[in-house]
Design a protein around this ligand. Structure first.
Ligand code: NDP
Length: 247
């Protein structure tokens, strides 16, 4: 176990499933105590916490809809009560609803803005006030910011907003020795990407990257772990696209 991360607490939003679960597992393996946030998947979050503890790690589950600022504040309270403070925030919770802009209804817009953009704002605000000096923040964007395919207008807009907040906050955190960066995955094999896509579409998208496969949640977790760990100390205010070379 690495001395630097031995008593370091990492809060990962949306960690019950998919990329967030892989991030929590990887950070626990790297020696972080992890707070596993979830919205609805309590059983999955508890099972992950049990797996981490069985492997010798420390984990706490914390239910909170990231779109709800009061719930996010309570989640930070719970993490501080359990472990004394929070050092690392990984803003991973997100949803994706695709439709051409002209056919997008208000609910599609409002829900993605509430969870992806306001949700990130809610956790970033708490982190800006409470993260211990020397900490790290990693936000999840998407390589659709850059690719800009049809159907992704609202989703890409929320993620572009997350990238913008990353750049501004890097400057606002001056004097705290806290880095903030964004990881922007490409197509990654999770429910968010796979659900509702016919097999031939999945296969076509998997071949887009020169590395000719889908990303796995562990590929993204490795990039996040780099930025959250000792080797990422000099990276600040950047967006790291983890996508096999798709853009
Ligand atoms: P999944 O749909 O597999 O998992 C989403 C996770 O977010 C779940 O743990 C879910 O928890 C949680 N979540 C959803 N809404 C909320 C909420 N309101 N409050 C708290 N938690 C919530 O998604 P992925 O793992 O694929 O995506 C993770 C991140 O990566 C997202 O930000 C996504 O935009 C981004 N990304 C994903 C890509 C991909 O191809 N998969 C590509 C580029 C970016 P619960 O089940 O408890 O609701």
């Amino acid at each position: 176990m690495n001395n630097k991360t031995q008593h370091t607490v990492a809060l990962v939003t949306g960690a019950s499933r998919g990329i967030g679960a892989a991030i929590a597992q990887r950070l626990a393996r790297d020696g972080f105590t992890v707070v596993i946030n979830y919205a609805g998947s309590a059983a999955e979050a508890e099972a992950l916490a049990n797996r981490i503890e069985a492997a010798g790690g420390r984990a706490l589950t914390a239910q909170a809809d990231v779109a709800d600022s009061a719930a996010v504040a309570r989640m930070f309270d719970a993490a501080e009560a359990a472990f004394g403070g929070v050092d690392v925030l990984v803003n991973n919770a997100g949803i994706m609803k695709l439709a051409p802009l002209a056919e997008s209804d208000d609910a599609l817009f409002d829900r993605q803005v509430a969870i992806n953009l306001k949700g990130s704002f809610n956790t970033l605000r708490e982190a800006g006030r409470r993260l211990r000096n020397g900490g790290r923040i990693v936000n999840l964007s998407s390589s659709v910011v850059g690719l800009y395919q049809p159907g992704y207008a609202v989703y890409a807009a929320t993620k572009a907003g997350v990238e913008a907040m990353t750049h501004v906050m890097a400057k606002e955190l001056r004097g705290r020795n806290i880095t903030i960066n964004t990881v922007a995955p490409g197509p990654t094999a999770t429910a968010l990407f796979l659900d509702g896509k016919p097999q031939e579409v999945v296969e076509r998208l998997a071949k887009l990257a020169p590395l000719e496969r889908l990303g796995q949640p562990e590929d993204i977790a490795a990039a996040v772990a780099f930025l959250a760990g000792p080797d990422g100390a000099w990276i600040n205010g950047q967006t790291l696209r983890a996508n096999g070379g798709i853009i």
